[in-house]
Structure formats: C-alpha cells, structure tokens
Design a protein around this ligand. Structure first.
Ligand code: FAD
Ligand code: FES
Length: 366
C-alpha cells in the first residue's frame, strides 16, 4: 500500500510517490542481486544446499534453483556450466530428484581425467552457485503411466530412472515395476539404501541388483540371466540407461524378440564413433540470420568450436550429438555430419552445430 505524505508544500502527488517507490524497488533489486548471486531473471542459477557422498566415486549435488528454473519431467537432464582453469565448460547431467520439488538434484560420477566431473567433486561445496540449462530430453515417462514397467540401469545410468521411480513413489503410482540395476559391487550401488526402503514399502516394486562381484555372476548384462530374472521383459515398457556396451547388448535382446518398440534408452556418451575424420573448411563466413550479423568462423573443428573461437556463444549441452541443445536451421550452405558422414547441401535443414563441420559459407537461423 502506498501512503501519501503531507509535506511543507502540501500533499505530494500520488504519481511522484509511486515513481519514487519504483526507483527504490529497482535499487533494492540491484543491491539484492549484488548481495545474492543466485538472483537472475535471465539465467538459471542454483545454490548448492547439500553435497551427498553416494559411493566412493559418486556425489549428489542438491540444488535450489532461482525463479528462472521452470521444472523438469522425470528422466530429463540439465546442462551444468562451470569454470575450469578460466574456461567455461558445460556438461549434461540427468536430474535424479523427482519433479515438482523446490530442490533439484544431480548425481555425478567422477570420471578419471574428466574435466567437469572431477572439478565438481573437488571444488563444489554447499553455498556455491552453479549455472544450469533448461531441463531437456525426451527420455521421460509417458503421461499415462504404463501398467507394466521395467527400469533397467547400469552404474551412473541409474540417475534418470531413479527420478522416474521417485516420481512414481511420490504419486503413489508404483503398481507393477521391476527395477534391475547393475553395479560392480553392493558398495557401488548408487541410492542402494533408498532402493531397498522403497522395495520394502511398495508391494508393486521388485528390486533386482546384479552385482559383478557375486560368486559366478557374469559381468554386466547377460541375456540368459536377465531373461531368467525378468521372464516377461518383452511385455514391459522399458527405460534403459547405462554404459554403451551394456545398453547395446540389452537393445539387441529386445530386437531379437521383436520388442524394440517398448524400449526407450538414454545415452551419456555417443553410441557411434565418428564415421571418418572429416576436415573442415577454414575461414568460412557464417551469417547469423536472427541477429543479422556475419562472423568469420575460426580454425578447424566443428561448427560449434569454430563459432566459439570467433567469440560466439551458441547454445549447447553435451557437445557429442546426443542432447540436441545445439540444433539449428541451416538456411543455406553445406555442412558435413562428422558422425554419419552425411553431407547437407539442401536449404532449410536442421543441423547440430557440435557434430557438423562447415563445407562452405553458411546462413544459420541463429
Ligand atoms: C543426456 C546426458 C545425461 C547425463 N547424465 C549424467 C549423470 O546423471 N551422471 C553422470 O555422472 N554423468 C552423466 N552424463 C555424462 C556427463 O555429461 C559427462 O560426460 C561426464 O561427467 C564426463 O564429463 P567430464 O567433463 O568429467 O569428462 P571429459 O573431460 O568430457 O572427459 C571424458 C573422458 O574423456 C577422457 N579425456 C578427456 N580429455 C582427454 C584427452 N585430451 N585425451 C584423451 N582422453 C581424454 C577423460 O579421461 C574421460 O575418460 C550425462 C551425459 C548426457 C549426454
Ligand atoms: S550440444 Fe548436445 S547435441 Fe550438440
């Protein structure tokens, strides 16, 4: 409520009081932003409120995002940007917490020699701020929960399916779920305790842990053992996430029994090696149609790398062709896809900047 004060010169007009109040509000907003770095309308920033040691090489970072965060669906990922040795680097991490909560978690396995995972493990503490991207990805539970569900994961691939299971538990929708997880040993089962508690509480959840160090256990995914453990697997809507060879083997089994249509998979790394070493054309001119500017792409490498070297900051996530954050329309010109080797010369085609090299001058809808 605005109060109108009497001054020595009479009643001050309501308009001038409102204007002064607005100015004060803006100043307050500015100083609050200075004092509280998580505040931003444009960027998704999140304060780390807890760091949980899950296993010897995996930590969960519990985050409180600012108002720019628009939520996620169970199974989606977000990109996380950190500054490593003065360079901003971004990686994708599946959100392990269920949707609809004020706090959001990512669960990161430390990869030996890996830049971002090692940095997060070593340097990130409660109170720190991380930059996030909008939640993305179509590895999500359908709106109508399937009657028979199979969640199949290996190692850190448990993160998106754990979000799904937590979501189902929160909605009291665990009716007929089989959760099969592969790990090196019991100590390496991420969320092991919570999984056991959920299985004890929900009659509709069957938990199967496949541990490599069990006597006479096969390492990783093995068709005969799996079919024995989940005989009706081909009738279940299945969500699969884990290391590449593990997923490839599982996917072949679904193909062999003609059940591929029921299988959804999420990869953390590219499944296909680059088709060939494709050298790019240097010094091409790229017109960025939306901002009506032209830049000279710099050096060798993918279009994303060349544009970044030229000072541009196109949206991106995984940088390996998985997440589609970098997709854009190529209006004119020729690019080659480094994964498939395919050449795109037709106008108005969708390309991914992180796996395309320029072959001529280009016009992009950026
Ligand atoms: C959709 C999606 C969801 C994901 N969700 C998760 C998740 O929930 N949890 C999780 O832990 N991960 C997840 N990932 C993987 C994650 O994005 C990172 O790829 C992972 O953390 C490794 O990143 P990094 O920066 O630590 O490693 P990078 O620096 O990218 O290195 C990766 C590997 O390459 C090797 N390497 C790096 N540089 C060199 C070099 N110069 N020469 C030779 N080898 C090199 C490293 O030793 C390492 O083995 C997800 C990925 C995607 C695409
Ligand atoms: S950045 Fe993920 S597909 Fe290009």
């Amino acid at each position: 409520m605005i109060s109108i004060q009497e001054t020595g010169t009479g009643w001050r007009s309501a308009g001038s009081v409102v204007a002064r109040r607005l100015l004060l509000d803006r100043q307050a907003e500015f100083w609050m932003g200075e004092l509280d770095p998580v505040r931003s309308r444009a960027e998704i920033r999140a304060r780390v409120v807890a760091v949980v040691e899950e296993t010897e090489d995996t930590k969960t970072f519990v985050l409180r995002p600012n108002a720019a965060w628009q939520g996620h669906r169970a199974g989606q990922y977000s990109s996380v940007e950190v500054e490593v040795d003065g360079v901003r680097v971004r990686r994708c991490y599946s959100i392990s917490s269920p949707p609809g909560e004020a706090l959001v978690s990512i669960t990161v396995k430390r990869v030996p020699g890996g830049r971002v995972s090692t940095w997060l493990h070593k340097h990130t503490r409660s109170g720190d701020i991380l930059r996030l991207g909008t939640a993305a990805g179509d590895f999500v539970l359908p709106a109508a929960t399937p009657t028979k569900l199979l969640l199949l994961s290996g190692g850190s691939g448990i993160t998106p399916v754990m979000s799904m299971l937590r979501d189902l538990a929160a909605r009291d929708a665990i009716h007929d779920v089989v959760f099969v997880h592969h790990a090196r040993s019991r100590a390496n089962v991420i969320f092991g305790e919570e999984l056991s508690e959920l299985a004890a509480r929900h009659a509709g959840l069957r938990l199967v842990l496949c541990l490599d160090d069990e006597p006479s256990a096969p390492r990783g995914f093995e068709e005969a053992r799996f079919a024995n453990l989940v005989p009706d697997f081909a009738k279940r809507s299945t969500f699969l996430c884990g290391p590449g060879p593990f997923m490839d083997r599982a996917e072949r089994l679904w193909e062999n029994v003609g059940a591929s249509a029921l299988l959804e998979r999420e990869s953390f790394a590219p499944t296909t090696a680059p088709a060939r070493m494709v050298s790019s054309v240097e010094g091409v001119r790229v017109r960025l149609a939306r901002s009506d500017r032209a830049v000279a792409a710099k050096g060798q490498g993918t279009l994303l790398e060349q544009l970044e070297r030229a000072g541009e900051r196109p949206a991106h996530g995984c940088r390996i062709g998985i997440c589609h954050s970098c997709k854009c329309r190529k209006q004119t010109g020729t690019v080659q896809n480094v994964v498939t080797g395919e050449v795109s010369s037709e106008p108005d085609q969708e390309i991914q900047l992180c796996i395309s090299v320029p072959r001529s001058d280009l016009e992009l809808d950026l």
